[in-house]
Ligand binder design. Structure first.
Ligand SMILES: Nc1ncnc2c1ncn2[C@@H]1O[C@H](COP(=O)(O)OP(=O)(O)OP(=O)(O)O)[C@@H](O)[C@H]1O
Length: 599
């Protein structure tokens, strides 16, 4: 019997023809994906055989199953072979000749209904990865021997509407795919190129992937889907090595969170929180880089599996619930990912909660990533209360306190939580704090830039309003002023018209001559400062000036008839105390210099 007698040629059918055209011309922006698809098929077939062998010993895998890849520049071919289930003659025709599994009619009608831009996402849902081979090959040969069978078959096609099936020879069960590489895809004949692609896309396939170089096959991947293994089998060193490899890190993980979700949603996740701040010479994007795998295959690290406020978390999520060639469009729209995201956030938060019990350990974390986490207080109203409950804040009474402990310490009569946001260097000595100590009120000292914003967004924690100390004038009773202080207030207000919204005598200032107080309605002083520094308009009334009737400077000013320039000097002093520059720094310096010289 000769080959020509038994070789049979079939039509793909119009829908496969159209599909091939689409795959080759519009499906993937990046041709290298063909290797991911073929390697994934090989790995799936091997997994399937391993599973079948559980009930039929005759199908057992050879001792060291592997996916073998070789390239040949002479024949311009890439060969990929596996020890998987293999395919019978009928299966070759069924699986590679049609797209029947998902319903040809359904596919064709949906295809017709979609615009060309939408088609790639559609193809993603129909599982047609094999055809991506035609992006780089002008002829594809598949030689397959089904496990448990003696005969082997070859499937051949140039992707132009027809395929041929004929008898072939293969020593072992499994499948060999030979790609006759197109001249314009020659780059894929370089073993180094193949190696790079495999490491990028398939590093975590549990099966060894071997590449032939200089006549010898050597493993190019670790073959180690660590996240799929049982926790009890994994040592701390294994976790650290994996963390360093995938997170491009050099430290130890501060936390390792490894679990498998089962039930309506199936996924494995292995997440890490670094123990040190990554060194970033240039500010990186703050998007989550947690890797998404589908059935062990790397899909993308741009699925934004975690929100920006958890962008420091690294690791891998691997799900069974998405198709392997899931497209970008599907990734954005699928409810599966939304559910996974929700589960990940909750799991990371509960880990943080349990680690927060040890305040020393938690301090390391918060020093590194507290400022990032705080973005969640602003961005994520759904989780803000949980995040706020975790964080530790410096205060006028404690180096680090939780909000709950703060509330527990509140004296009778205090109903709100007070905070002061600003620069770390002058927070502790800010005149804004004068008066609070006397009342026995603790003030949280918040030094991260984001601290100027989140308390107003969050408004309250456990029904206690978050109030800026720089907007707390109403806490302190107005002073019973002498006539000359009342007159001074009026004169200063006149001199500073438009720059301040009023001048009042303070009952709380002890050491400072004056300070600024923001109106309760608008942004507090820290937020005004941030807006100014960012070149944004500052809305609301200008701050009021509170003067200290007990201070020498104020008493001296009360005796002056002319105080235009002194009024401005006083305002500049109050600004300086807040970490702001005087309105005209050079004039301010001249003024002070002259005053010291007694001019
Ligand atoms: N190496 C292989 N060994 C055994 N069967 C294979 C192999 N490659 C492909 N097949 C069969 O061909 C079918 C079609 O493969 P194809 O890559 O087009 O789609 P899929 O693997 O089902 O879905 P997808 O790759 O898009 O997730 C597979 O489902 C499988 O049954």
């Amino acid at each position: 019997m000769t080959e020509t007698v038994t070789a049979e040629t079939y039509d793909f059918g119009t829908e496969v023809g159209r599909l091939l055209d689409l795959v080759v011309h519009s499906l993937y922006s990046d041709r290298e994906i063909f290797l991911r698809e073929l390697v994934a098929n090989a790995a799936d077939a091997t997994d399937k055989r391993r599973f079948l062998a559980l009930s039929d010993g005759a199908l057992a895998l050879p001792e060291n199953p592997a996916i073998k890849i070789s390239t040949d520049k002479l024949t311009q071919t890439i060969t990929i072979s596996d020890h998987g289930t293999g395919m019978s003659k009928e299966e070759l025709a069924d699986h590679l000749g049609t797209i029947a599994r998902s319903g040809t009619a359904a596919f064709t009608s949906s295809l017709a209904a979609k615009s060309p831009e939408e088609r790639p996402s559609l193809i993603g849902q129909f599982g047609v990865g094999f055809y991506s081979a035609f992006m780089v090959a002008d002829e594809v040969e598949v030689i397959s021997r089904k496990a448990g069978h003696q005969e082997a078959w070859a499937w051949l096609s140039n992707g132009k509407g027809k395929y041929t099936i004929k008898p072939a020879a293969r020593d072992e069960s499994g499948t060999t795919i030979i790609l006759h590489i197109k001249p314009e895809a020659e780059e894929f004949l370089e073993p180094l190129r193949i190696k790079t692609i495999i490491r990028k896309w398939a590093d975590h396939i549990a099966l060894p992937i071997e590449l032939e170089e200089d006549g010898k096959f050597a493993s190019v991947t670790e073959g180690n889907a660590l996240w799929r293994r049982n926790k009890s089998e994994i040592s701390k060193e294994d976790y650290t090595a994996f963390y360093r490899h995938t997170g491009h890190a050099w430290d130890e993980p501060w936390a390792t969170i490894h679990w498998r979700a089962e039930g309506t949603l199936e996924f494995s996740a292995l997440l890490f929180i670094p123990s040190s701040k990554p060194f970033m010479p240039v500010e990186e994007t703050r998007e989550s880089k947690v890797r998404l795998h589908v059935k062990r295959m790397f899909i993308t690290d741009e699925a934004r599996l975690l929100p920006n406020w958890l962008s420091f978390v690294t690791g891998v999520v691997d799900t069974e619930d998405l198709p392997l060639n899931v497209s970008r469009e599907i990734l954005q729209a699928t409810p599966v990912l939304d559910k996974i995201r929700k589960a990940l956030v909750n799991r990371v938060l509960s880990e943080l909660k349990s680690q927060a019990k040890d305040s020393e350990t938690f301090k390391t974390f918060q020093d590194n990533f507290g400022a990032v986490l705080k973005e969640g207080l602003y961005d994520d109203t759904g989780h803000a209360a949980d995040i706020a409950g975790l964080l530790r804040f410096a205060s006028t009474k404690e180096d680090a306190t939780t909000l709950d402990d703060y509330i527990a310490r509140m004296p009778e009569g205090q109903s709100d939580i007070y905070y002061l946001a600003g620069d770390a260097t002058n927070l502790k000595t800010s005149p804004q704090l004068e008066g609070f100590a006397e009342k026995g009120y603790e003030v949280l000292l918040l030094a991260d830039p984001i601290d100027a914003f989140w308390p107003t967004r969050m408004e309250s924690y456990k029904d206690k309003k978050l109030k800026s100390a720089s907007q707390a004038a109403s806490l302190f009773a107005p002073a019973e002023s002498s006539a000359d202080i009342t007159a001074l207030c009026e004169n200063l207000a006149k001199a500073l018209e438009g720059k301040v919204s009023g001048v009042t005598a303070s009952t709380r200032l002890k050491d400072s001559p004056a300070m600024l107080v923001a109106s309760e309605a608008g942004p507090d002083l820290a937020m005004q400062r941030m807006l100014r520094r960012a070149g944004r308009p500052v809305f609301g009334l200008p701050p009021a000036l509170e003067i200290n009737p007990g201070h020498k400077l104020i008493q001296a000013l009360a005796t002056r008839a002319e105080l235009e320039s002194e009024a401005n000097l006083l305002l500049d002093l109050a600004k300086l105390q807040e970490g702001d520059l005087p309105e005209d720094p050079a004039a301010f310096v001249r003024h002070i210099a002259n005053a010291i010289a007694g001019a």
